[in-house]
Design a protein around this ligand. Structure first.
Ligand SMILES: C[S@@+](CC[C@H](N)C(=O)[O-])C[C@H]1O[C@@H](n2cnc3c(N)ncnc32)[C@H](O)[C@@H]1O
Length: 187
């Protein structure tokens, strides 16, 4: 869930992809399988698909069917990720990307969805963001070290930040890029 729900436009529509996602995702092979979790307007799904990746774009908002459904390389799946079990338990992905979305109970499934040798790229708001506006509900703000704890013992951390940013607006952000070491297999 996200606190700023209620907008009439798809979140992220028209936005530029995150520099963090581009930095780490840019190293993927062109035919990689990517899942964009809570994809919104699909800024990352589109960016990966433009690079030749096969992208599964998932959101509960059915408008993704019309906004992303016709984009080459993107498959859309409308799903509420907060009711019941993770719908992609039988699959793993070369890259699991999540931005500006947090539903804590999903974290183990998201980490578990990273394929052998695959990447986990996550960026969302962190504790302290309440000083700047929404999201301010602690349910939607990562606690210090929370992404590190989520991957501990499973993925090797390539990059991690817990920082205040100024762009596109002042915010507290936590982000991680981590890899499942080849040969260790999914959790
Ligand atoms: C702030 S937007 C972020 C969109 C995109 N990840 C980005 O950064 O541009 C949050 C997205 O989470 C989706 N979302 C919220 N609750 C959800 C749920 N229970 N299941 C699936 N998607 C959900 C919303 O529909 C929305 O598109």
């Amino acid at each position: 869930m996200t606190e700023d729900a209620g907008s009439t436009t798809l979140h992220g529509a028209g936005d530029r992809p995150s520099a963090w996602v581009c930095r780490w995702g840019g190293g993927l092979p062109p035919d990689a399988d990517v899942i964009d979790v809570a994809c919104g307007g699909g800024r990352h799904a589109r960016w990966f698909a433009a690079r030749g990746c096969r992208v599964l774009a998932v959101d509960r908002d059915s408008r993704i069917r019309s906004t992303l459904g016709g984009v080459p390389g993107i498959t859309c799946e409308v799903a509420d990720l907060e009711t019941g079990t993770w719908p992609f338990a039988s699959r793993t992905f070369d890259c699991v990307v999540v931005t500006n979305y947090l539903h804590r109970p999903l974290l183990p499934s998201l980490v578990g969805a990273v394929a052998d040798g695959g990447l986990f790229v996550y960026e969302t708001f962190a504790v302290g963001n309440e000083r700047f506006g929404k999201p301010s509900n602690p349910d939607f703000l990562l606690r210090p070290g929370e992404l590190l704890a989520a991957v501990a013992g499973q993925l090797r951390v390539l990059g991690y930040e817990d920082v205040m940013v100024d762009e596109p607006r002042p915010a507290m952000i936590q982000r991680i890029a981590a890899r499942r070491e080849p040969g260790r297999g999914p959790a």
